[in-house]
Design a binder for this molecule. Structure first.
Ligand code: SAH
Ligand code: SF4
Length: 400
């Protein structure tokens, strides 16, 4: 369901300048090919040159070819004729008292996304990135779902969200000790599995050891359940999987996550069980938004335990984050705790995290884009619980 514009048949405008390719969005093999094709680097030296440039861009974080001190001046000038390594514009930046940071990034005119950094206990922190502007799916409790898809983000635009966070957190060079940005979660706007190619390239770039080097097991992709793409996600990215489950029976999930009508629960659960690399050390996270009187009864908690039986999993309970116009309400705290206790007794870790970034109204998974001139900041309450399971993985590691 990805949106692709075939521009190849459009007549080029006579004097329109050729758009520059942003090298930040190319994997190392793609960079080798681009450098050779452009004629900037001769074939025999392309691999070495690509690694050198890749390190400048993703290890050092530079944004200007002039800073590549070990590349000949003439080569730098030729690089700048065909390519760019510039960042998109940060339109707004907010920092919460608790350390949560939020950036509104303008990728192109009318194409704006929000990216949120959530610090955790200890030194780790997660960056919540968007994969699309808007979403084609219409989950009934999701703010993004009320916005039509504007477009898929490119790999360069996904990587730029990480680069901008690192600029702001002072995380260059990438091998700096005690990194603040330790995890990436695809839980911002959009359905990542409907933009698989660009998401997979972005993950390859972000995890490359010559660059930002965030391990693939610290990168989590959250999906509403695009079953036919699950295997490809695991094979191509080896990323950690998060599933937006939210209901334990088809009748309710059809309403909450309408994609369920296409890929019902039996297909979804089979797809998850077959996810490449699933093990006790690499558990799937089930996200479950707590909706008052809708999916939050003890019976449903027990049904959930039954549904996920045998799957190496943790459950992430997300207090519903209300937005203007929604009929849903967040479950009472007591109901959430009872629900969590049933899961815990069955052996599942089910964190409910204290809301973060309340004062700057940062919300991950509920962002609705500036592109439609409706601010995500219209949201009054928020929950960063969507992150909790992911960050707990680190705590597990630390404890081990
Ligand atoms: N499209 C993907 C990833 C983005 S949504 C997906 O659906 O998984 C990230 C998470 O935020 C999902 O689990 C989603 O169900 C949840 N979410 C969306 N709107 C929410 C809201 N208003 N309150 C709490 N969680 C919400
Ligand atoms: Fe799209 Fe995810 Fe929101 Fe559903 S929950 S509408 S898939 S962003």
């Amino acid at each position: 369901m990805s949106v692709t514009l075939d521009l190849s048949r459009m007549a080029p405008q006579a004097d329109a300048p050729k758009p520059l390719i942003n090298l930040s969005g190319l994997t190392r093999p793609q960079m080798v090919a681009a450098l050779t094709e452009s004629g900037v680097v001769e074939h025999g030296k392309a691999k070495m040159r690509a690694t050198q440039i890749f390190r400048w861009v993703h290890h050092r974080g530079i944004t200007d070819f002039a800073q590549m001190s070990d590349v000949a001046k003439e080569t730098r000038a030729r690089l700048a004729d065909s390519f760019t390594i510039a960042r998109p514009e940060v339109v707004e930046r907010q920092v919460s008292k608790d350390g949560t940071r939020k950036w509104l990034i303008r990728m192109a005119p009318g194409i704006e996304v929000e990216t949120v950094y959530i610090p955790s206990v200890g030194r780790v922190g997660a960056l919540c990135v968007s994969s699309q502007v808007g979403c084609t799916l219409n989950c009934s409790f999701c703010h993004t779902g009320t916005q039509a898809l504007v477009r898929n983000l490119t790999a360069a635009e996904i990587v730029a969200q990480v680069q901008i966070a690192k600029d702001d957190l002072g995380e260059w060079p990438s091998d700096k000790d005690d990194r603040l940005l330790s995890n990436i979660v695809f839980m911002g706007m959009g359905e990542p599995l409907y933009n698989m190619g660009q998401v997979a390239d972005a993950i390859e770039i972000i995890s490359d050891n010559e660059g930002i080097a965030i391990s693939r097991r610290r990168i989590t992709v959250s999906t509403s359940g695009v079953v036919p793409q699950l295997e490809a996600l695991g094979e191509k990215t080896q990323a950690m999987l998060a599933i937006s489950l939210h209901a334990t029976n088809d009748a309710l999930r059809d309403v909450l996550v309408p994609l369920n009508k296409k890929y019902p629960l039996n297909q979804l659960m089979a797809g998850i069980r077959a996810y490449p690399g699933l093990s006790n050390a690499r558990r799937v996270t089930f996200e479950y938004v707590m909706l008052k009187g809708v999916n939050d009864s003890p019976d449903e908690a027990r049904a959930l335990v039954k549904l996920i039986k045998g799957i190496p999993a943790k459950v992430n309970l997300i207090p519903f984050n209300p937005w203007p116009g929604t009929d849903y309400q967040c479950s009472d705290w007591a109901a959430i705790e009872t629900f969590a206790a049933i899961l815990n007794r069955a052996g599942y870790s089910s964190p409910i995290r204290t809301p973060r970034g309340r004062d700057i109204l940062a919300a991950c998974g509920q962002l609705k884009s500036e592109s439609e001139k409706v601010r995500a900041s219209a949201m009054r309450k928020l929950s960063m619980a969507a992150m909790a399971g992911v960050l707990d993985e680190d705590e597990d590691e630390a404890a081990a």
